[in-house]
Design a protein around this ligand. Sequence first.
Ligand code: NAP
Length: 281
Amino acid sequence: MTSPITIVTGTSSGIGLEIAVQAAAAGHTVVATMRDTAKAGPLRDAASALGVSVDIRTLDVTDPASIDACFSSVLADHGRIDALVNNAGAGHVGTIENESVDDVRRVMEVNFFGVVAASKAAMPHLRESRGRLVTVTSVGGAVGQPFSEAYCAAKFAVEGFMQSLAPVAETVGVKVSVVEPGAVASEFVPNIGLSSADMVAQAGPYAPALGAYLARSGSSFANAQSSTDAAAAIVAVLTADAPPLRAQTSDGARAFVGASLADTDGSAVLGLTRTWVAVQP
Ligand SMILES: NC(=O)c1ccc[n+]([C@@H]2O[C@H](COP(=O)([O-])OP(=O)(O)OC[C@H]3O[C@@H](n4cnc5c(N)ncnc54)[C@H](OP(=O)(O)O)[C@@H]3O)[C@@H](O)[C@H]2O)c1
């Protein structure tokens, strides 16, 4: 078969950048997309360090016109689309009493509707190529985590969407997968855009719990998986002969998600996450 034409979203940094170069190294023709191609320097450097090339194009997952323009140009230049990797996403820390419904909607726009819109644009072409739809979700798509209501809601929504779509897409030859990273070293935390001190200062009655959560979260990110390793697990799903519906990027992520999936009354997860917001005496 000729080199598969694979579109990856959110490749300016982190996991998406690594997926782009590793998929190219695995023999895919990678269309590496980002909101602002002025941020393509790190991707170009990583591609040249690996001795691969990637086709860099503009795509903002919250802008339907940008998705249409990108997909049309890919079809015009490459003639087909064999895979879409929905990687673009953005973190968010907050709790509902302190934020507006519009704040929650914005988190859903990027992390859920962005995936829906790009997947809808890809489906007719994936059906034609009998291709693959791979989406980077999170352990937060299986385990609700403190101060992550909007983000986890979006990732749970993606997981439900893809689990529902999988058997339907399979009838027309399209394989659907979700891949769940745990903490990964990337621009994810800096891109949230607020310091821990600012977040706590704005948290009102939730300040002690948020302080405890951020301290715990800081130590978990200190042991984060590298973007390179997380991307390797995602590219393994992208290139597998028989990709699973659900995979994790590390053993730790697998154990965490597994515990939640087996926790039919929610007590195990709540027993754990409760400790993350407990203020130490
Ligand atoms: N890092 C973690 O601990 C972790 C854990 C679980 C899951 N994940 C998931 O992994 C994926 C990649 O995140 P990352 O860790 O690599 O973080 P990252 O370094 O912040 O990368 C996120 C990427 O998404 C892009 N993006 C944001 N909004 C976008 C939009 N509207 N349209 C197109 N691209 C957009 C960002 O582009 P800009 O440069 O333009 O902002 C960036 O390229 C996300 O889906 C995230 O939820 C991450």
